[in-house]
Design a protein around this ligand. Sequence first.
Ligand SMILES: [Fe+2]
Length: 278
Amino acid sequence: MATEAISRLASEPVKPEIGSRILSDKAALLSGELSTEIMELLEQRGILVFPQVHFTDEEQIAFTKTLGKFAPEMRGEEIYKITLDKTQTSTADYLKGTFFWHFDGFMNKVPIRASLLSSKVLDPEGRGQTQFANTYAAYEALPPERKAQLEGKTVVHALAATQLDHTPEPTWEEWQQWRAIGRAELPLVWNHESGRKSLVIGNSAYAVLGMEPLESKDLLVFLRDWATQERFTYSHQWQVGDAIIWDNTGSLHRATPYPADSVRMLHRTKLEGEEPIV
Ligand SMILES: [Fe+2]
């Protein structure tokens, strides 16, 4: 495959409509000199893969900080451990929602710009791949009459919707806990400052305002299925030391299922968002 060089950043496409592999070495990445090109390429390609870059936590934090405003976790931690092991994280139950297509931070006024994942421990049976879908490319490929149908539509997103995927018959107590976490009303199509548009969908999307409930579901199922078809998606089979950054403002992601006793461990850092969904 031909290597494309954007200035000094060395990369090659993964698939025509999503993903690039970054070939520049770690020292060049950590220098910060490639950060503008990395962020431009990220916006074009949805995700960037850094095969076998082997970031330590300190390097991952430092690299993330070269790309924009670093977003710490709610309790101020700089690294978030993605695992179902309850001794390692207090949010293991909520992570089960990540087995379904979503974007992160739908309740934030300005959703996070990007997330960076590093693989630390593999599931021994190769479960827990991370998959990505390019919602810019998916929007752009819609037929004009479908784009017209989406114009001006607003969608109710709720944490409860993400939990129903893995617990379809919650107790009243569970339901109340999920409902207390919140909801948001977001446009179905994000009109970015760049002039590009992306779909705002995923498992938090509960209903389209003003539509009959089943027709609302028809539209949300169609769009999720459309956006996650083969041409717009990339599935990453992790190797220890791989890192991936994704543009959370123009993509969906999910993990393929892995069991609660899996040793799979990823470390995540995040970049603050720069624009609200409008
Ligand atoms: Fe996520």
